[in-house]
Design a protein around this ligand. Structure first.
Ligand code: ADP
Ligand code: SF4
Length: 702
């Protein structure tokens, strides 16, 4: 007879919660989140959401769903509920969420001022004549809505609610958060200066939201719960929503929806990265709001610690633990907490690589969870992998993110795996980068994998073992994975310069590798040339400035760390660098380096300038550490090895997410037939073609 498990401090997280007519099985709530798949890849989205439902989330929601062609968010790829044609995709997603064991939520939005309608070419609708407020400054203006337009939006919203119910959703959202919906644009004094009954007082400005909620409740007729997602504030902008407005909303209509979902400001404020906000960063903002309504409250905060989750519930901040990113990094987080497998939680590192999927209109990806977005496309699962095809033994050289993930996944498949690492510490670049300011959470990439590997008896690890090709052959390995990483270049080559630039004798040039090893410029005046454009240039400029160096950040891009626009960090990066005293020299390129100065040029005019400088830090391109790979390829060619492959940065330097993914891919495809390694392509979803009605007209030309 097996004993029942005793009470756990986390039992409170597994209590059911009443949301209107629904009862959830626990407090784990996957709030709506974008994924770059939307209407283009609905089957991929369905499989992704199902994995989370299987992993124990009580409620799993879609992303924002456009309710009408005047709510067309092109170029971004979200779901659509424009008409009947969207029903199959919406139904598939709801039914897969149900099959996984969760309730299904849908987040309906009329994008209004946020929807440039680039596909439909409809005129955007807004409280006023204003330029659309979305990414990238599209030259599109919205027009002020008439009373008829308001009636139309209500009717379209109601139709979308009915479509959602037919598709099987249990919970329907009205979206008034992140500055992304007409309901919020009307509520916000920033966007609404109308003089009719929809403008002026907070009561008037919330009128449309109240009407949408009433319409939705009426259409739902108790068959679905109704949630409202709302921004608590619009900080850092003139005339934005303030907490007192929200308190007034709650005092007026706090009892109307079945659930309140509180978010912070716009998306960049809400989805803060670990570099700029700790776990639970929204607590102060949301604290006290729950006491203004009897309805349950959900909120987010990159929650991965069950103790933090319990604290949110016990201290009366939240009823439901909302998560987007923690559910992306670990779809099985609730089940792991339930089963007491806390060490196995794959904690979100707060890097926003997932967000970059949506913002680059590509399927979602995650640094920690390489199966994210690949559930349908490649058949990968966040927790399972098929058993080994044969009792093979594989050597993995290098313990960075690529090597560690390959070892973990190959080990899970049941192969005998040997990991050789040149240094004492495992983790490669992640360990070094995690020691930089703001990046400590990144260590979780290594921690998760080391604990997983520790439970695998078929994996052997050799530290301080720099392997040569001779070692590999001497030990009789037949399959070798080379994950030896990359090194930063010091010659200026990257995007702008594709050949080395002149560097004079006596000039001091350092790279991120030097700085991460603890080396520092010998003089005070530093020019950091960033032609990489992701986080490292900005992080290192900030670090050097903090240590007292006089720093010029020279970049051919219009902003420092320009690609962090895709991770919603770019504004915070500029702010922090400027406040710290780093001089950002945007649209400038480093042309040559002398012992005590550098020459830079404007990228548009070519206007030269000389800057005094003691040391240059090049954050440019990297080169793979591929000497071992090349030697082993030669050995494979003469039959001494059966297979050899470079993965991660040793193949082509990229992000940590790409390195983890390539390790997983190797493990997934090892032993695959036919076609061999690397031959697999992701499954595609192809839009149904339009068939012309009747026979095609015959040509009159001979
Ligand atoms: P990636 O991001 O592709 O995983 P990293 O640079 O993070 O690459 O990791 C590469 C790792 O490989 C480092 O820890 C490095 O010490 C190790 N390494 C490099 N060359 C060898 C070698 N010949 N033998 C063993 N380990 C090596
Ligand atoms: Fe978290 Fe980064 Fe994964 Fe997003 S990509 S879920 S932020 S680990």
């Amino acid at each position: 007879m097996s004993a029942e498990p005793g009470p756990s401090p986390y039992d409170i997280l597994f209590e059911p919660v009443q949301i209107g007519p629904l009862v959830t099985k626990n407090r784990f709530f996957q709030v709506p989140h974008c994924n770059g798949m939307g209407y283009r890849d609905p089957s991929a989205q369905a499989a992704m959401r199902r994995a989370k439902a299987e992993g124990g989330w009580g409620v799993v929601c879609t992303e924002e769903v456009e309710i009408h062609p005047t709510s067309d968010l092109t170029p971004y790829i979200e779901l659509r509920a424009w008409d009947e044609k969207d029903l199959p995709a919406l139904s598939l997603i709801a039914s897969e969420i149900h099959a996984g064991g969760a309730l299904a939520g849908i987040e309906l939005v009329h994008g209004g001022l946020n929807a440039p309608n680039l596909t439909t070419r409809e005129t955007p609708l807004a409280p006023h004549h204003l330029p659309v407020a979305t990414y990238g400054y599209p030259p599109v203006q919205a027009r002020a809505m008439t009373k008829e337009d308001i009636a139309d939006v209500r009717r379209w919203h109601r139709q979308a609610v009915e479509l959602s119910l037919r598709a099987g959703y249990d919970l329907v959202y009205i979206y008034a958060g992140h500055g992304m919906g007409t309901a919020q644009h009307f509520l916000s004094p920033r966007y609404n200066q109308r003089t009719d009954e929809y403008g002026g007082s907070t009561r008037n400005r919330m009128r449309l939201m109240r009407e949408l909620l009433e319409d939705t409740l009426e259409a739902a007729e108790g068959r679905a719960a109704v949630a409202c997602r709302i921004s608590v504030e619009e900080p850092h902008v003139p005339d934005g929503l303030r907490r007192e407005h929200l308190e007034e909303v709650l005092s007026e209509i706090g009892e109307l929806p079945d659930l309140w979902d509180f978010v912070q400001g716009d998306w960049a404020e809400d989805s803060n990265t670990s570099r700029f906000s700790p776990e639970g960063g929204q607590e102060q903002l949301v604290r006290g709001l729950k006491q203004l309504t009897s309805k349950p409250v959900v909120g987010v905060g990159r929650f991965t610690s069950p103790d933090m989750m319990v604290h949110q519930v016990r201290s009366g901040v939240l009823d439901l633990i909302g998560a987007a990113r923690p559910s992306i990094a670990d779809p099985f987080l609730p089940n792991k907490i339930r089963d007491g497998r806390l060490a196995q939680i794959r904690e979100c590192i707060g890097c926003n690589m997932c967000v970059s999927g949506d913002l680059t209109m590509s399927p979602i990806r995650c640094t920690q969870n390489p199966s994210m977005g690949e559930e349908f496309r490649r058949g990968w699962h966040p927790e399972r992998i098929r058993p080994r095809h044969a009792p093979e033994r594989i050597l993995v050289v290098g313990s960075g993110p690529a090597g560690l993930e390959a070892v973990r996944a190959l080990g899970l498949r049941g192969y005998d795996v040997v990991l050789a690492e040149a240094t004492r510490e495992l983790g490669g670049r992640v360990v070094k980068e995690a020691a930089l300011p703001g990046l400590s959470a990144w260590r979780r990439v290594v921690d998760y994998r080391l604990q997983a590997i520790a439970g695998l008896p078929n994996v052997e690890i050799y530290r301080e073992s720099r392997f040569s090709a001779d070692d590999v052959l001497e030990f009789g390995f037949e399959h070798v994975v080379v994950a030896t990483g990359s090194s930063w270049r010091a010659d200026g080559v990257a995007r702008w310069h594709t050949s080395p630039i002149p560097i004079g004798t006596g000039a001091e040039v350092l790279t991120p590798d030097h700085l991460m090893r603890g080396e520092r410029p010998s003089g005070r005046r530093v020019v950091l040339f960033d032609d990489d454009h992701y986080y490292l240039g900005g992080v290192l400029a900030g670090l050097l400035r903090h240590e007292g160096y006089d720093v010029d950040l020279v970049t051919p891009a219009p902003l420092a760390s320009a690609w962090t626009e895709q991770t919603l960090e770019v504004e915070k990066v500029q702010r922090d660098l400027l406040l710290s005293g780093v001089r950002i020299r945007a649209n400038e390129v480093l042309m040559s380096v002398a012992a005590d100065s550098v020459r830079i040029e404007n990228v548009f005019t070519g206007a030269p300038q000389e800057l005094p400088c003691d040391t240059v830090v090049m954050v440019t391109a990297r080169l793979p550490e591929d000497a071992l790979h090349q030697q082993l390829l030669a050995a494979a060619a003469n039959g001494s090895l059966r297979s050899v492959e470079a993965i991660g940065d040793a193949c082509a330097p990229g992000t940590i997410a790409a390195a983890v993914w390539s390790g997983r891919r190797y493990a997934e495809e090892f032993g695959a037939e036919p076609g061999g390694r690397g031959a697999s392509l992701p499954r595609r979803e192809v839009t149904e073609l339009w068939s012309p009605p009747g026979p095609a007209p015959r040509s009159t030309l001979a």
